[in-house]
Design a protein around this ligand. Structure first.
Ligand SMILES: Nc1ncnc2c1ncn2[C@@H]1O[C@H](COP(=O)(O)OP(=O)(O)OP(=O)(O)O)[C@@H](O)[C@H]1O
Length: 946
């Protein structure tokens, strides 16, 4: 039986034992147990903190030796991380105690965990919850790296209750905005973060507790300077800051910008013999520029069972080499990764290269830092890196965490000396190897044939050509990068181009250098002087030519840019947001899997469009592709594979850890206690390495080129177009029709005929004068009607003439018949004269004028069409009626006809005069008889009437 509320209250009052009381007891128990859970957390935190003082990095063998929360240890165990690496052993202990850290360690040494573990621990210590908002911010220079860090965090943080979000460009801002304020750990790229700081109203970093910069030297260099300064302004000064990189900055100004407090400099390999991993074998080859592609082809053909990462200088080179090699079918899957690709494709290519066993990835420097592609056998730097640091990061994509790897650098003869000097200065052991150039397999003829057959490929080659030269030209280290020493004709041919495309900036550079030399030496040397003059005039001529063509170029560029924005918007439309509680990892995997599937379908359709590449894929590695898509199809297989792989790596290399121990150096960087080693690169940090570059993910030429495009487009404002049009005296939107002789046909009906003074008056007033406009319209109206009338008149005249001709012909025929008849009558009708009508000789007026009509018939006739006019009489009367009719038809009554009344009557008078003349003419001609007969007829008629 159901008990009422009152009944329950009574029961309570009576102290009856009732299930309600039981419930209360249960509640109390539950509350106590919950309280116990909190207590457990509190107790754990207290005990952990108590152990902090006893941390001794040299005694740490396993992660369990570090005072870490159970949730973190569980996560590490789940991700199969057991033994910490050097940097982890040294940095984690200091970081969990709240110190600011400057962490430096070789590439592939596990810096990611060295900052992720302290992030989790810090928030755990503070008992951070979803309601507390943003607690930790991890900034990475590239989207791929941010994505990778997010993946690691997902694994090791899965037992914590924090929410984490990946905030990178190329995704829907709106959806990020809706979630970002609820996210505890944000992993982001600088540009996108600043965008949220500026545009997302509910996003604030006021509660931030810990800031991490991965690849800190890159984030703090000039490429990100403005963005980072703006971000730092929005962050609370009371926070912990961790900076990590393989090439750590110790620039005083950088550290001052971040307002670090007594930072600890943790450099585990500072005293090591080399700055690159010990398992990394490094060598370089000197190669001519025009031999590079053939070298690359030969290299790939010799390493079909390897995983190779090839670095090029610019996006356009990557694009072209990838496309060209796809068509040549090397027998191994070839991929491309560069900043010009949409985000979805970037993620897909990244994952493909992670999973493929044998493949070649052509990439720009967006893949140079931090990316942890497993089992890369070779890193081939086809184009010289910007500096030694970039070399270290690029080469570091192989030989990661205890694995072996090889790095090969290609240098031009002009680059060799200065670059090798830089590398040696950075403690990079690199040996020169020689390649027998006769053994190189030349692909130039094939590239030439392909470019000749496909204009789009040729265009790609041209773009690659220009972008390479531009990149070299923009490099700050002129001791290495000597653009004017390059044989550009040969380089163009090696790309498959028949001739080298014009490169404007090179001409300018030549001109600049020529000017400089002329200033230095004076122009006394006449031979030299004339040579310089020649360069000058060449340059000027080309400049002029190009300026003339500028309009076309701008159009072309606008087109290409819109193409680009189209692809951007395409990527924007795809949502890659993967924010979630760390415990809900599956959801995120689903999203990633779906993205991969989509991208695979897209890529497959792309490749079917491109004949060669599809065949190549199917020839060499289609089965592998298929298996990849199988992996993508499976719901949660992603992390499974990943873990397995890493586990094998851990076991393989765990015994090597001790060998590195001696290298560890930790320095306290407090203001008073520590003297900063002012970085020798400090000056370099504050010089522009690439001009006109303000980018987020990479410094390649595409952005520089985009900047150029934007600059050019700026000139094409509406005002500029208007000026141009005015200058050329062009009338906008004017259609000119030409006749067969090529003369322009002026249609008076379409051109305004209103008197000029009316327009002038209006302009003089300076605004819209309604009266004036009305007058002008009336005048236009009047002119129109006149034109129409003229046209109709002309038409009528033509018709009349035609009819006249017909009548004349008819009369002549009649006359001829009559004559025949007369002759015949003279013979036949003798004696019948009395019966003959005396007026028979007169032509039948009905025949000539048509039958006489009544007034009714006349008015009826007036309603008929113009064609009927000729059949009616009397002419003058009928015409008059028709005219009025016509006027009425046109809606032009006299009353309506403003002051044009006189004009109309004038026209009428003119018309009627003309008509009378016509009639007289008609009458004179119409009888077809001679004058005497006419007179006789007239007399008889008159007599008859009387
Ligand atoms: N304690 C560990 N035990 C086993 N493997 C580890 C450990 N720490 C890191 N690794 C593995 O080492 C590899 C390199 O780690 P990570 O990417 O963090 O290196 P890094 O120092 O950040 O490299 P880079 O300087 O290139 O960014 C990863 O595959 C990672 O899974």
């Amino acid at each position: 039986m159901k008990q009422t509320a009152r009944g329950r209250r009574n029961n309570f009052k009576k102290g009856n034992t009732y299930s309600g009381n039981k419930g209360k007891a249960q509640k109390k128990q539950l509350y106590q147990s919950k309280k116990k859970a909190w207590q457990i957390v509190d107790e754990e935190i207290v005990s952990l903190k108590a152990r902090y003082d006893q941390i001794n990095s040299s005694e740490i063998k396993n992660f369990t030796d570090i005072p870490l929360s159970k949730k973190t240890l569980d996560g590490l165990k789940y991700a199969k991380y057991e033994t910490p690496t050097d940097i982890q052993r040294e940095a984690i202990g200091l970081a969990i105690q709240g110190n600011d850290i400057l962490g430096a360690a070789k590439t592939g040494s596990g810096k990611t965990l060295a900052f992720l573990i302290p992030v989790l621990e810090h928030l755990y210590q503070l008992k951070w919850s979803q309601l507390d908002g943003l607690g930790a911010l991890i900034i990475s220079p590239t989207r791929e790296l941010a994505y990778q860090i997010f993946e690691v965090l997902r694994k090791i943080g899965r037992f914590h209750d924090f929410s984490a979000g990946l905030v990178i460009g190329g995704k829907k801002l709106q959806e990020e905005s809706e979630r970002i304020h609820r996210t505890n750990i944000v992993i982001c790229t600088p540009g996108r973060l600043l965008q949220h700081m500026d545009e997302t109203a509910c996003f604030t970093a006021d509660s931030l507790k810990i800031l991490v910069l991965d690849e800190a030297d890159r984030i703090l260099d000039l490429g990100f300077a403005q963005t980072m300064n703006a971000i730092i302004e929005n962050l609370p000064s009371e926070r912990q800051t961790l900076l990590f990189s393989a090439t750590q900055t110790r620039s005083v100004k950088d550290l001052a910008r971040l307002s670090l407090k007594n930072p600890m400099y943790v450099s585990v390999h500072e005293n090591a013999q080399h700055s690159t991993p010990t398992n990394l074998e490094q060598s370089y080859v000197v190669c001519e520029l025009h031999e590079k592609l053939s070298f690359l082809w030969s290299f790939i053909k010799n390493h079909l069972k390897s995983k190779v990462l090839v670095f090029l200088m610019s996006c356009k080179q990557v694009r072209y080499v990838h496309e060209a090699f796809c068509r040549l079918r090397p027998g191994i899957p070839v991929l491309a990764l560069h900043g010009g690709m949409n985000q979805l494709k970037r993620v897909a290519v990244y994952n493909q290269f992670v999973w493929k066993q044998h493949s070649v990835l052509f990439a720009t420097d967006i893949a140079a830092r931090g990316l942890d592609f497993p089992a890369v056998n070779w890193v081939l730097q086809l184009d010289c890196p910007e500096d030694a640091n970039t070399y270290i990061h690029r080469a570091g994509r192989t030989a990661r965490y205890e694995t072996d790897g090889e790095a090969l650098l290609l240098l031009l003869p002009s680059e060799e000396e200065a670059m090798i000097e830089q590398l040696k200065a950075k403690k990079i052991p690199i040996d020169k190897i020689k390649v027998n150039s006769k053994k190189l397999q030349s692909i130039q003829p094939k590239l030439e044939a392909n470019c000749a057959a496909d204009p789009s490929l040729k265009e790609m080659a041209q773009r690659a050509f220009v972008s390479y030269l531009r990149s070299v030209f923009l490099m700050s280290n002129k001791a290495i990068f000597k653009v004017l020493d390059l044989n550009i004709e040969e380089f163009a041919r090696s790309l498959g181009l028949a001739v080298a495309p014009k490169v404007r900036f090179l001409k300018r550079e030549q001109k600049r250098i020529a000017d400089k030399e002329a200033n230095k030496n004076g122009t006394r040397d006449s031979e030299r002087g004339s040579k310089l003059k020649r360069i000058h005039s060449d340059c000027e001529k080309e400049d002029e030519e190009e300026e003339e063509n500028e309009e076309e170029v701008t159009d072309f560029e606008t087109g290409s840019q819109s193409e680009h924005s189209e692809s951007d918007s395409e990527s924007e439309s795809e949502n890659v947001w993967v924010t979630q509680g760390l415990t809900g990892a599956k959801k995120c995997q689903n999203i990633t899997t779906k993205l991969k599937q989509k991208e695979n379908v897209k890529q497959l359709s792309d490749s079917t469009k491109r004949k060669g590449s599809f065949v190549q894929e199917s020839d060499s590695d289609f089965s592998e592709d298929a298996s990849d898509s199988d992996v993508d199809d499976s719901d949660t297989s992603d992390s499974g594979h990943f873990q397995e792989f890493r586990t094998s790596k851990i076991t393989a290399g765990s015994n090597k850890l001790d060998a590195r121990k001696d290298d560890v150096s930790i320095q306290k960087m407090g203001t008073g206690t520590f003297k900063f080693d002012v970085d020798e690169d400090e000056e370099e940090l504050f010089t522009v390495k690439k001009r006109n570059v303000d980018i987020e993910s990479e410094t390649d030429d595409s952005q520089v080129e985009d900047q150029h495009k934007r600059d050019k487009q700026k000139a094409l404002t509406k005002a500029a177009i208007a000026k141009k049009v005015q200058k050329k005296n062009l009338k906008v939107n004017k259609k000119v029709v030409f006749d067969e002789e090529g003369e322009a046909i002026h249609d008076r009906l379409k051109t305004p005929q209103a008197s000029k003074n009316i327009v002038g008056d209006e302009e003089a007033v300076g605004g819209i004068d309604i009266e004036m406009a009305r007058r002008r319209m009336k005048e236009e109206d009047w002119v129109d009607k006149q034109l129409f009338r003229e046209k109709i008149k002309k038409k009528h005249k033509e018709e009349r003439l035609k009819k006249k001709e017909e009548r004349r012909a008819k009369m002549q025929q009649n006359r001829a018949d009559e004559q025949e008849e007369d002759e015949g009558n003279e013979v036949v009708l003798e004696g019948e004269e009395s019966e003959v009508n005396p007026l028979d000789f007169i032509p039948d007026p009905d025949e000539i004028y048509g039958p006489e009509k009544s007034g009714d018939e006349l008015s009826e006739a007036s309603e008929n069409s113009m064609d009927d006019e000729e059949n009616q009489e009397p002419y003058a009367k009928k015409r008059k009626i028709s005219r009025h009719e016509k006027d009425n038809d046109e809606g032009m009554s006299e009353e309506e006809n403003f002051d044009g009344k006189t004009a109309v009557s004038e026209v009428e008078e003119e018309d009627s005069d003309e008509d009378l003349n016509d009639i007289e003419e008609d009458l004179m001609e119409d009888t077809g008889l001679d004058l005497q007969t006419d007179e006789a007829i007239a007399l008889r008629l008159l007599q008859g009437k009387r």
